[in-house]
Structure formats: structure tokens, C-alpha cells
Ligand binder design. Structure first.
Ligand SMILES: [Zn+2]
Length: 236
């Protein structure tokens, strides 16, 4: 058994891209068709060159045809000629990261704007600091892992039993219960398929990235062996 083949695969991912060997991505800008994204999304702004450089470095370091079976190419900021890109990155100064597969449904955009997009940014750390750059780097890999088809590994039941991040997982479950989000998260896993055994080192495992931050600050998490194997084994 290949124990590194482990992951949570999103069923929608199968229909996302026609050519996984060349998934074209641009950064939302005010100069072209992507301008509406900047006004719809709270705190969204045109991205800085430094932000774009870190995202591109993170993704090209971690995803390519031979290692993950999916190859991204970046065409810079979106302009009028990039209307047919496969995905859009939106810079959000307040940080965090979200990946939406269907922008039309969420934001009421016209059908031609139906494409996945990633909303992310540097968060509360001041831009340019190492902590901020590391945050952007790992968030980019996490979000592009979602874009590639991987769901949240910590939502698996086995995550509760992992000794490395047990306390963090329990804390997260407690918070989710307080805010009443647990039901919707559980429901969202209906569209996901579990493969292999639990991978505690997945980039999509909240408790592992939090564990790394607590025990080895400055270590930038990358795609795990399990993540790469999962992506390679997805048959599209
Ligand atoms: Zn996530």
C-alpha cells in the first residue's frame, strides 16, 4: 500500500480545468475585465509586485507536471486580453485565504465570469516583513492545493487522533461549535472523497501548519508527499 497516497479530493475539481498541464492564472487588476472583483470583495486591492512574486515562487516551487500532474502558468496582472484565464488571484489586504470554485453563484456575476478565484493577502503582519512573506507563501500553496482539488485534511475523523496536533484540533472544533459552523463544514465534506489514510502533514491540515508555527517558527510548509501523491493519482 502506498501510504503517502492520502487526501481529501473535491469532486468539483474534476470539471474545473480543461488542461491541467497549463492552468493560466492572473492577478485581478483595475485595468481590465477583472475590476469588478476588486469592488465586490471586502478589502480587495490591486496586488503589489512583491506579493505577486511570492505567490508565483510558492506555486512554481510546489506544483508541476511531474510532481503533481498540474502545472500553473502566471500571466501577470489581468488585462483586457486575459479574459479567458482559468483562475484569478485577488489581493485582500486583511489576509486569510479563500478559494471559490463558482464565483457566479456567490457573487451574482455573469456566466462568462464563472471561474475559480483565490482571495488572499498578507494579513496583519506588515507587508515586506519575513513573517508576512512566509504567510503569503504558505497560504498560496494551501489555496492552490484547494484549486487543484484537495480539501481540508483536518476535517477527516482521524484528525482527532493525531498526537502532533491533537490539542489544536480540539480547540478548533470547540471554536467551530461555539460559532455554529460545524454543521455546515460537515455538510461541505459531502462533495469530497477521502483517499488513502490520514496525512497529518498535508498543507491543507490546519493543525499541522499551526503546529509548525508553534514549534518551528520560520519553517515554511510546502506540499506534503501525500499531497503530491494525491494530485498525481487523481485521474482526470
Ligand atoms: Zn483551506
Amino acid at each position: 500500500m502506498n501510504s503517502s497516497f492520502a487526501g481529501v479530493i473535491a469532486s468539483e475539481a474534476i470539471n474545473l480545468f480543461t488542461n491541467r498541464q497549463n492552468v493560466r492564472v492572473c492577478f485581478a487588476s483595475e485595468s481590465g475585465w477583472s475590476k469588478p472583483f476588486l469592488s465586490i470583495i471586502k478589502n480587495a486591492k490591486p496586488s503589489t509586485p512583491e506579493f505577486r512574486n511570492i505567490v508565483v515562487e510558492a506555486i512554481l516551487n510546489n506544483f508541476n507536471s511531474s510532481a503533481t500532474g498540474i502545472q500553473y502558468s502566471f500571466i501577470g496582472v489581468c488585462d483586457k486580453t486575459s479574459e479567458n484565464v482559468d483562475a484569478v488571484v485577488v489581493y485582500q489586504e486583511s489576509g486569510g485565504g479563500q478559494t471559490f470554485y463558482d464565483s457566479r453563484e456567490l457573487w451574482g456575476l455573469p456566466y462568462r465570469d464563472r471561474r475559480p478565484y483565490i482571495v488572499m493577502g498578507p494579513g496583519s503582519e506588515s507587508e515586506g516583513s519575513k513573517a508576512s512573506n512566509d504567510y503569503i507563501y504558505s497560504t498560496a500553496i494551501h489555496e492552490f492545493a484547494h484549486l487543484s482539488g484537495i480539501g481540508h485534511e483536518h476535517l477527516r475523523g482521524e484528525a482527532l487522533e493525531d498526537s502532533n496536533c491533537n490539542f489544536i484540533e480540539h480547540d478548533m472544533l470547540r471554536r467551530l461549535k461555539i460559532f455554529g459552523h460545524l454543521g455546515s463544514l460537515k455538510q461541505s465534506t459531502k462533495n469530497y472523497t477521502l483517499t488513502g489514510s490520514y496525512d497529518p502533514y498535508s498543507i491543507t491540515n490546519y493543525c499541522y501548519t499551526a503546529f509548525l508555527e508553534a514549534t518551528s517558527p520560520g519553517t515554511r510548509p510546502e506540499l506534503s508527499a501525500g499531497d503530491r501523491s494525491t494530485l498525481l493519482n487523481i485521474s482526470f
